[in-house]
Write a protein that binds this ligand. Structure first.
Ligand SMILES: [Zn+2]
Ligand SMILES: [Zn+2]
Length: 241
């Protein structure tokens, strides 16, 4: 299985050569080639290849993940999303496939399940578990999963998750409900607890984008204690797993 990161930037003002484009992930298996998320500031190289993917999967309707929240985009491939994501915008992709959380679906040789995550009050979000020769979870925006993490993260080889914050608190509260982002520090602890050998951090926020590289590496080492292989994704990163 090949993982490719056309973009790794969250919904922030800051950007640099490593984190220029909104986060998205390409998963390539023997038979399938899928893209997850396609935001307003997507990597322009994606526009030439978008109709060659077998499918586009959307995590939620925030514009850094779903361009249709802000503008029309004519593409022919099937776009998999939840009812909530589709309902959020008056615009929609042409070829829509509605998915239900917790129900497995197939794209060529990949089995995929969307799980609800806690992230936004207005744009309910999911993460995707993609199972082929290896298993991964892609969760670019989350405070936590709604279902038991022992189930969502069961037998995964790589977790790809939210880099919005390294250690600052980005959890907000409204009417007794929480929204926002968890911390990389917490995600590393999930990896330890649920025996996930590798974490790739994407959807990078202000802290990661502006921090000096050596200081960032030091922080990651402090949190992981080398018990988890942690990598900060940069635009264009490609990994065979
Ligand atoms: Zn986002
Ligand atoms: Zn979001």
């Amino acid at each position: 299985m090949i993982l490719r990161f056309p973009g790794t930037r969250g919904e922030i003002e800051e950007s640099n050569q490593y984190h220029r484009y909104h986060s998205s992930l390409v998963v390539q298996s023997k038979k399938a080639n899928i893209l997850i998320d396609f935001g307003t500031k997507h990597n322009p190289a994606l526009e030439d290849e978008i109709n060659y993917f077998n499918a586009l999967l959307i995590t939620h309707a925030h514009p850094d993940h779903y361009i249709w929240t802000k503008k029309e985009m004519a593409i022919g491939i099937p776009v998999f999303l939840t009812k909530d994501t589709l309902a959020y915008s008056k615009r929609s992709p042409k070829n829509v496939k509605i998915i239900e959380e917790g129900i497995k679906f197939k794209i060529m040789d990949l089995d995929i399940i969307a799980y609800k995550v806690i992230h936004s009050l207005r744009c309910p979000a999911v993460c995707y578990k993609v199972m082929g020769s290896k298993s991964i979870v892609y969760a670019p925006d989350l405070i936590d999963t709604e279902e038991d993490k022992a189930k969502v993260f069961k037998d995964i080889d790589v977790l790809i998750a939210d880099g919005s914050s390294l250690y600052t608190n980005m959890v907000r509260r409204k009417d007794g409900k929480i929204f926002g982002h968890t911390r990389v520090k917490t995600i590393i602890n999930w990896c330890k607890k649920y025996s996930i050998p590798k974490l790739i951090v994407t959807h990078c926020g202000k802290q990661i984008v502006s921090m000096e590289k050596e200081k960032l590496a030091g922080k990651i080492l402090e949190y992981s204690q080398e018990a988890v292989d942690v990598e900060i994704a940069v635009d264009g990163l490609c990994r065979k797993i």
